[in-house]
Design a protein around this ligand. Sequence first.
Ligand code: HEC
Length: 122
Amino acid sequence: MTRFPKFPFAWPLAAASLLAVVLWFSGPHASMAAAPPAPDVQDVYLDKCAVCHGKDGSGNTTKGRKLKVKDLRSPDAQKLSEAEMIDIVTKGKGKDMDGFEKELGKDTVKSLVTYYRALAKK
Ligand code: HEC
């Protein structure tokens, strides 16, 4: 049989020291090694989008030409706002571009669009 401490203070005390241990390990000491690796937006773009949109956003790939992906620098793509692009990447557009929200999540979609738009300035 497990023996529970008779002392009513023992549990909060145990909890507090556990918390201290957790705080210690999640503090600056551990942050270098233990930070969860944030997915690198460039890697995601190259992995999920570049087949069609090209590394540079030009759409100049075998698949991109076939599906008539627009060059990011074309007037048609440039007139889209960031919000409209987020919407397209979230829900997809036409029959060839899938929505990515389920797969990648809102935040990644947003940073992908930021990354994609920045390609035009390179
Ligand atoms: C299977 C090929 C394919 C993949 C993969 C793909 N797209 Fe697209 N994307 C398209 C096509 C085709 C269009 C144009 C749809 C239309 O105008 O009907 C498009 C349109 C867009 C647009 C609207 C601007 C424009 O050029 O028309 C954005 C923004 C966009 N894609 C971002 C992304 C991002 C970010 C990813 C990766 C998460 C991605 N796409 C992955 C094919 C693809």
